[in-house]
Design a binder for this molecule. Structure first.
Ligand SMILES: *Cc1c(COP(=O)(O)O)cnc(C)c1O
Length: 372
């Protein structure tokens, strides 16, 4: 049996180990927030954003941000049908209703015209997810947001390294949320970050993130409201400090891996990879290959081909509306169609060239066996 090629794996060097060890040994008492504050500050300067609050997950960051925007029962939140469950679960927890709209066939992100059609008097937010590192059309989404007075939230969990018109994703909308789960470009094991340029929103989330205790409250153990407990620990933040120091290297490698795939598959007609449109830089968190409809290859055949070569390739996200929880039977054409002929490709930092070649030869063989 050939060696296993995993689809993701973090890049942990002696730097992460050194910082985490220091935090575990010394990061207590007066120093218990040192790595947390350092990580938040360095993340802010990487993103060029005014405020950052580290969290236990991206889901937690989204939950608190949405709560701080006052999203609740009777409200609607528009998001792409093609998504990971984490984007929609905070909406459900807050008692609001998710409105799933279709994606664009080239970016696999939210279709702005579908968003505008879905706006009602109850719409409280639009969530732009930069899927697989691809860029949402932020200008069009912000125009819709401005026209109807609706905030645009950026779920940037997959968007480290992605830049839209000179701005890093997460810094463009009302607020941004990041994930540092072990599969993401930057990892702290589990973890996340809430970011915003809005002073008032920042203060509300800061209070919520501290079990409802306002930073101006001088009384001890005196919550002003019911908040959340979605904090990052100092040990996790120490790992984050090492990862953010290495962020350019981590992004560069993601782009190298993607370009290796792209250059090797260039000559194959009917093969679509993540796009990089004008005025954008794709952080390429996850390279994907989509086989043209005319090729007649399906997801199960693709999975089987990778499985036989001992390569862990994962399916493209299912339409959320099709999950048993929702069972909506929506007519979101591309969200339903693209996953039936697409696959995630392995892209971890330390993947070797022979391993990349093994992945490429599976795709080439699948393509060659197509009747066309
Ligand atoms: C990973 C991911 C999340 C969730 O991140 P957690 O840190 O696991 O909560 C949310 N949204 C998207 C698009 C993701 O890929």
């Amino acid at each position: 049996m050939k060696s296993r090629i995993q689809y993701t794996r973090p890049s942990i060097t002696s730097l992460e180990v050194e910082y985490a060890t220091d935090a575990a040994a010394n990061g207590w008492g007066e120093k218990c927030y040192d790595y947390i504050h350092k990580f938040e500050n360095e993340f802010k300067s990487h993103l060029d954003v005014k405020h950052a609050i580290s969290t236990s997950s991206c889901t937690g960051a989204l939950h608190m941000g949405m709560a701080a925007l006052g999203i609740g029962a009777g409200d609607e939140v528009i998001l792409a049908d093609t998504n990971w469950i984490a984007t929609v679960s905070p909406i459900i927890h807050l008692g609001a209703t998710p409105i799933f709209v279709d994606i664009l066939p080239d970016t696999w992100c939210l279709d702005p015209s579908a968003v505008e059609k879905a706006v009602t008097k109850n719409t409280k937010a639009i969530v732009a997810v930069h899927l697989y590192g691809n860029l949402c059309d932020m200008n069009e989404l912000l125009d819709i947001g401005n026209k109807y007075g609706i905030p645009v939230i950026e779920d940037s969990a997959e968007g480290i390294g992605s830049i839209y018109h000179e701005k890093r994703v997460g810094s463009i909308g009302t607020f941004g949320a990041f994930s540092f789960h072990g599969t993401k470009t930057i990892t702290t094991g589990e973890g996340g970050m809430f970011v915003t340029n809005d002073d008032e929103l920042y203060n509300r989330v800061l209070t919520l993130s501290n079990h409802g205790r306002s930073k101006n409250q001088i009384k001890q153990f005196w919550p002003d409201t019911i908040g959340f407990k979605y904090k990052m620990s100092n040990v996790q933040a120490a790992m984050g400090c090492a990862q953010i120091e290495r962020v350019e290297e981590l992004i560069k490698r993601k782009r190298e891996i993607f370009n290796f795939y792209k250059n090797s598959l260039n000559d194959l007609p009917g093969i679509q990879l993540n796009p990089e449109k004008e005025n954008t830089t794709n952080g390429y968190w996850m390279p994907n290959v989509v086989f043209d409809l005319t090729l007649g290859v399906n997801r199960e055949q693709i999975q089987q081909a990778f499985f036989q070569e001992n390569i862990d390739a994962r399916v493209f996200f299912w339409p959320l509306s099709s999950l048993p929880t929702f069972s909506l039977n929506l007519n979101t054409k591309y969200s339903h169609d693209i996953p039936t002929r697409a696959i995630n490709l392995p892209s971890y930092h330390d993947i070797t060239e022979p391993e990349l070649e093994r992945v490429i030869s599976v795709i080439r063989n699948l393509r060659l066996n197509c009747n066309e």
